[in-house]
Structure formats: C-alpha cells, structure tokens
Design a protein around this ligand. Structure first.
Ligand code: ADP
Ligand code: ASP
Ligand code: MG
Length: 415
C-alpha cells in the first residue's frame, strides 16, 4: 500500500492512512506500506536548499530530500501502534533498496528485502520511506520526483505481493487530468503499454519508472483513492484488458523547455556529439527535430525538448559541444508545453493525427513540433495553450462522462 503526499498531509489524514493499513491487516493480509513526504514537504526542502546554495551538491541534496518520507513513516508507525498493532518504520536503505549512484534520479538495482520479511514474520506492519535508497557506494540516493511509486512497485515485486495499491488524491487513472478536465472519466483498467505512454507524456499519477518496473516484474498495480473506498484503476497486460478503445486518454505537460541549436555543422557525428553529451549528463531528451541543411554549405538546425528540471544540466552539458562543433548559437524557450493523445486503438485506425491537427487548428493553436509512437501523438505547443488544447481534444474524441451514450437496442445503431 503506497500513500502519496496529499494522503498523509496532516495528522488527520495520516491517521486515516494508518486506519486503512490496519484494516487490511485485520482482514488477514500482511502489509508493507510506502509513504511519501507530507504535502509540499519535498518542494519546501528543495526551496530550502536553493536558499543556501544556487547549485546544491547532489549528494547532499539527497541527504536532505530523503528526510521528508522518513518523517511520514515514523509518524504513521506511531499512529499504528496506538491502534493496537505493531509497526516498524524503515528508511529506504534499511529496507534494502540498492540503487546506482546517480544522485536525485537514481535507479533501483536490487532489493534485499530480508529485513522486511523478518519483520512481517514477527507480525509487524512494515512502513518504508518512499523515494529513496542507498547507492552501491553507500550514499543515500533519491529516485526522482514521484519516486515513491517506484519504491512501492519494487517492494511489491521483492515480497511477491498480491497487489501494489497506490493510494492517491484522485480516484484512479482518468481520461485526462481531472483537475483540468472536470468531465474526465475514470478508467477501470489500462494496459501497461498505454500507461507507459501516459506517464511518459505527463500524467504524473504514476511515475514512469514504476510502470516500467511493474511491467518487467509482473506486478499488479491498483491505483485508487485514499479518501474513498471505491475501486480505482488496474494496470494490466494488454492481453488481459477487455476494452480496446481507439483513444484512451489525453495527457499534457507544462514542465518542458525547448533548446534550439543554430548552425550545427553538416557532417556525420554532429548529432552523436550533441546527444552523447546530454546522455552523459543524464538528461532525458524528448521530441527531436533536425531540419535538412540547404546543401549550399549552410548548416542544420537542431531542436529538442527536455524537462524543465533537466534544463540547467542540459545547458551545462552543451557548452563544451558548442565550442568543439563551432555551433553558432543556442536558444532556449521555457514557455513550451506538450499535449498528447494516447490509445492502443490508433495503431490500426487511420485519421487520428488529422483529427488532432484539425481540432487544434479550430482552436487556433499552432503546433510547433510533433512526435509519434504507434500508440501516441504528441504536439509541442505554447504553454499557455495547453489547458485549452487538452479540453478541446478530450471533447473532440468524446472521452468525457457526458459522452458515454447508453447502449441502444440492436438494429438501431446506424442512424
Ligand atoms: P501522489 O502525491 O499521491 O503521488 P501525484 O500528485 O503524484 O499524487 O499524482 C496525482 C495527480 O496526478 C492528481 O492529483 C492529478 O491532478 C494528476 N493527474 C494528471 N493526469 C492524470 C490522469 N490522467 N489521471 C489521474 N490523475 C492525473
Ligand atoms: N516526495 C517525493 C516527491 O514529491 C516523492 C513522491 O512523492 O513520490 O516527488
Ligand atoms: Mg506521485
């Protein structure tokens, strides 16, 4: 059972989470619970670091950030003990989560869950601090924003849990961010493939890595509300999903920046040098566009998007490449956003892209870059158009609650 930040934000919510955990135990289940930092704690810790240092040392940043989830776990253990059960809280390191050494975005390499198993055997409820581990060089690491989801999935795999329940502040995975689209519909199930595309394109309800990890290790994820009891969304293998709608969801992101390199020399190896440097700096690059050089000796222009978070690292990584390739100029646009449409059905259905472009055209929204996968179309647009674009696409593809029409009797379909 994993509880997100909003679900443990104050004493009353933390006690509610504790009661929910205890209720499962009383149904005869053995429970490992992963908690996030309370409310905005992680944001506050980041701001605190920036107050004392403009470019905080990544190792020390992880020492700082990992404290947020420890607070939640210790408090929740106290609350559970008061309910007459025995709980024990563990840091990521104590729980045996071993990661690589890339501070602030570490990857889990191994989970040595013996201590968790021992505690479960002693009939304890185990609380594990999310979002953190210990590196192969014995330093505390964190797993990137939203990383508690990945902690939960990794532990579920390690203890061979029946299910990994992700308790959050919405009722499950929706056809669009319900905060942006009030009419969005909760999906009762979604395939791994679609959920991966959704997480990668901005639906932060599940961290991308948690979905990857669950797919690789065969973990069943049930994403649901921490405030009500109703079932949420189950993430399943594609062969298990019963519905195959054309379009499953509209996702968006406003946390992107675009970098444009002007006057990149027209020769083999230039792109390899640019993107090699970005990879070295651990920057995730999204949509890439390189226009054709004009053949008259003039050089190419290369544009790509990175997450806002990675922008400083990307700029730093590009500066030596600029020198060595004699790139004329580097521009950065921070006002960039992205809207994406995801659905396994589009693989075999022509016309989806045309409809996306027409819908945005009708809204007079200019598309600046496009990228696709077999089940996703993403458009880079100006950030302040994102909200309007999401709503327009959601309604054009009839994804809302009000678009679900009652089934008609046989023979009346085609009118
Ligand atoms: P937690 O703190 O529980 O980890 P997050 O804030 O990380 O919660 O993720 C939940 C949020 O994800 C929701 O409040 C919602 O605004 C946002 N979200 C974005 N896209 C979607 C979507 N398609 N379905 C559900 N929630 C979404
Ligand atoms: N507290 C961390 C964050 O805010 C991790 C998480 O909530 O999953 O990103
Ligand atoms: Mg989250």
């Amino acid at each position: 059972m994993k509880f997100g930040g909003t679900s443990v934000a104050d004493a009353e919510r933390l006690q509610r989470a504790a009661r929910r955990i205890v209720a499962q135990r009383e149904r005869g289940k053995r429970v490992v619970a992963v908690l996030s930092a309370r409310g905005k704690t992680t944001d506050e810790l980041i701001a605190m670091a920036q107050e004392v240092s403009p470019h905080p040392d990544p190792r020390e940043m992880d020492m700082l950030l990992s404290t947020g989830e420890r607070i939640s776990c210790a408090l929740c253990a106290m609350a559970i003990n008061d309910l007459g059960h025995r709980a024990i809280s563990l840091t990521g390191s104590q729980a045996g989560i071993v990661t690589d050494t890339s501070h602030t975005k570490a990857r889990i390499l191994d989970v040595r869950a013996d201590r968790i198993r021992e505690a479960l055997d002693e009939d304890r409820i185990v609380l594990v601090a999310g979002f953190q581990g210990v590196s192969t060089s014995r330093d505390v690491t964190t797993l990137g924003r939203g990383g508690s989801d990945t902690t939960a999935v990794a532990l579920a795999a390690a203890v061979q849990a029946e299910v990994c329940e992700i308790y959050t502040d919405v009722a499950g995975v929706f056809t669009a961010d319900p905060r942006l689209v009030p009419d969005a519909r909760k999906l009762s199930m979604v395939s791994f493939e679609e959920m991966l595309e959704m997480a990668a394109s901005g639906a932060k309800v599940l961290q991308l890595r948690s979905v990857e990890y669950a797919r690789t290790h065969g973990v069943r994820i049930h994403c649901r509300s921490s405030f009500e009891d109703a079932p949420g969304t189950v993430v399943l293998g594609e062969e298990e999903t019963m519905e195959h709608p054309l379009i499953t969801a509209i996702t968006h992101s406003r946390e992107e920046a675009r970098i444009t390199l002007l006057g990149v020399p027209d020769r083999p190896g230039a792109a390899a040098a640019i993107f090699g440097a970005l990879a070295e700096a651990n920057c995730n690059v999204d949509t890439i566009i390189q226009n054709e050089p004009l053949g008259d000796g003039r050089a190419a222009e290369v544009s790509f998007t990175v997450s806002y978070e990675d922008l400083p690292a990307a700029q730093q990584a590009l500066s030596p490449v600029r020198e060595s390739l004699a790139i004329a100029d580097i521009n950065t646009d921070r006002e960039i956003g992205k809207v994406s449409i995801v659905g396994a059905g589009m693989r075999s259905h022509p016309g989806v892209a045309a409809k996306v472009f027409q819908t945005l055209a009708d809204e007079e929204i200019n598309i600046e870059m496009i990228s696709t996968s077999p089940i996703k179309i993403s458009c880079v647009i100006q950030a302040d158009h994102v909200e309007r674009a999401v709503r327009a696409l959601h309604s054009a593809f009839e994804l809302g609650d009000s678009d679900v029409r009652p089934e008609r009797p046989m023979g009346e379909e085609s009118r």
